[in-house]
Design a binder for this molecule. Structure first.
Ligand code: PLP
Length: 283
């Protein structure tokens, strides 16, 4: 597992950062998780564009041009021994002393990238679906920033782990927001619904792709408020993320979603998604 830290490539377990790094002390940084299929980086420009927006949003000077980021990621991908990879890329504000919440006057961001092996979701999951629970969204009001400070998401995901299910769906003021580490779509009488992008949720790269695919293949899709009632009465519920792709949620808080089986629109969308992946890999 070759990794990258501030200009240096080395085995993952040999890289070290300062204990004064603001990523470590404050969770002061942003990240991306980028899937790689057969050594083809999936939606790299979309991920880099979100990274650039996130850096700007929290005032970390972007240490690299788009082209330099691209080359860095491609170089790391090329140096791994395995073909399907999940690239974790993190930029923190860097080390500073004395410890002080406000931005230090002079600081140099810490760039850390590593590759892990990527396992495609098991066939049993895409064919039979997964279970989820709901919880109140107790996060802050800037969830559109892909921040490394993930404590609320960690606790939400642990609720799912404790319940023996795949995901926790977060609700705020009676509205569906997103999963602890995914976006959520629902289907009711043939129409796909999802929350519109806002500061309360992360706009997923997979979420954007599903919206694109729905448009391309003429599946009706509406973005806007999705109430808890709509979620509970949905025919289908899906979660999406770069690592999970699209999974149907067939059991929610112990109740079957629709008829409790993976739905027809899910199967269509998954087919379109897999075809899109194949097209990208052929290029
Ligand atoms: N929302 C949250 C909170 C996430 O952590 C993630 C990804 O892990 C997503 C949504 C999905 O984003 P993407 O499709 O870019 O992986």
């Amino acid at each position: 597992y070759l990794a990258y830290l501030n200009g240096e490539f080395a085995p993952l377990d040999q890289l070290k950062i300062s204990v004064l790094d603001r990523g470590f002390l404050f969770g002061d940084g942003v990240y991306e998780m980028i899937p790689v299929y057969s050594r083809v980086v999936f939606r790299l420009d979309e991920h880099l564009s979100r990274l650039e927006q996130n850096l700007a949003a929290i005032g970390i000077p972007n240490p690299h041009s788009r082209e330099a980021w691209r080359e860095l990621v491609l170089s790391l991908v090329a140096q791994q021994t395995f073909d399907d990879q999940s690239i974790y890329l993190q930029v923190s504000r860097g080390p500073a002393f004395p410890r002080n919440h406000a931005f230090p006057a002079e600081v140099s961001p810490t760039v850390f990238i590593f590759a892990d092996q990527l396992e495609a979701p098991a066939t049993v999951l895409t064919e039979q679906g997964v279970s989820a629970v709901t919880a109140t969204d107790v996060r802050w009001l800037r969830c559109n920033i892909k921040a490394i400070s993930l404590l609320a998401n960690v606790l939400a995901k642990q609720q799912a782990a404790d319940a023996g299910v795949a995901e926790t769906i977060l609700l705020r003021d009676g509205l569906l927001i997103e999963g602890a580490a995914s976006n959520i779509f629902i289907v009711k009488t043939g129409i796909i619904y999802a929350p519109a992008p806002s500061e309360l949720m992360l706009t997923g790269i997979t979420y954007d792709l599903l919206i694109e695919l729905a448009g391309q293949y003429g599946l009706p899709l509406q973005l806007g408020d999705v109430t808890e009632a709509m979620l509970r009465q949905a025919d289908e519920v899906w979660l999406t993320s770069s690592s999970k792709e699209i999974l149907a949620i067939v059991l929610l808080d112990g109740q079957p979603v629709g008829n409790g089986q993976v739905g027809p629109i899910y199967k269509k969308m998954l087919g379109f998604y897999q075809e899109f992946k194949r097209t990208v890999m052929r290029r």
